[in-house]
Design a protein. Structure first.
Length: 263
């Protein structure tokens, strides 16, 4: 009887452990799925004042419907003067331009109109698939820390998912966050000039001393590696020779013993 009771307790403990593990796994999956299903902009960072090519990644999060329309709204509080699109096979892009309440000044002059919306239609994103829509923006604002592109995702069953909640610093991620591009300060003035003009910044002058030290370090490393390699070969050869010699001695000893027994 005591043994049966012990077995019963063990079974209950195992059942509870399995239930806890299953619940933890389900919690992890539930937390991960919404993040995977978000509409995002990739890469999600770019330099202020420069040009950048990004892609809006739109996953299909429904099992029984396909995405047939994607509408991305370009911010008007920090308008972008130049927007160009990369064709996406099977999709037709429509660009909406609006007059700005406050014109912006660029190197090419004053701009009083800007792209405020990009709409892709005609294609399909099937369940379990995603599509990327590449866009080139510039120059990006120099007085903003981020740009949020409120996006509407329409399915062929009529449902519209509104990715329009702007993430707030220090706050939990909203349920339907808008794709957000973080803007960072240029690394240096040369990088800023390069991104603004499209001309690569000149490479920094080579440090001959540093180069010499690097070359010397490389030579020393190569020499050490060769020496270790040769030593390894010698040790290996010695081991093989010793093994052969020992094998012959054992064979000779066995032969002598067998011969004595036969006699």
């Amino acid at each position: 009887m005591p043994r049966t009771s012990h077995t019963s307790r063990t079974s209950r403990l195992r059942g509870r452990a399995a239930a806890v593990a299953a619940l933890a796994g389900a919690t992890v999956l539930l937390a991960a799925v919404p993040a995977f299903a978000h509409v995002t902009v990739q890469p999600n960072t770019a330099a202020q004042g420069g040009y950048s090519t990004v892609a809006f990644k739109v996953p299909n999060e429904k099992d029984s419907a396909s995405t047939v329309k994607v509408e991305v709204n370009v911010p008007t509080d920090h308008p972008i003067a130049s927007v160009s699109l990369q064709p996406v096979p099977g999709w037709t892009a429509t660009v909406t331009t609006s007059k700005l309440a406050t014109p912006i000044k660029t190197d090419d002059g004053t701009v009083d109109k800007a792209v405020t919306k990009i709409t892709w239609t005609g294609g399909k994103i099937a369940p379990g698939q995603f599509q990327q829509f590449p866009v080139s923006f510039g120059p990006l604002p120099s007085d903003a820390a981020s740009l949020s592109f409120k996006t509407l995702q329409t399915y062929d069953d009529g449902e519209v998912v509104r990715w329009i909640e702007v993430p707030q610093e220090g706050q939990p991620e909203p349920q339907n966050p808008a794709p957000t591009l973080k803007l960072t300060a240029p690394a240096d003035e040369g990088a800023a000039a390069a991104t603004a003009t499209g001309t690569p910044a000149p490479a920094p002058a080579a440090d001959s001393k540093g180069t010499a030290q690097a070359s010397s370090g490389g030579s020393d490393s190569d020499g050490t590696a060769r020496a270790l390699g040769v030593a390894g070969i010698v040790v290996g050869a010695a081991g093989v020779g010793f093994g052969v010699f020992a094998g012959r001695r054992r064979a000779a000893a066995q032969g002598g013993t067998d011969g004595g027994s036969a006699a």
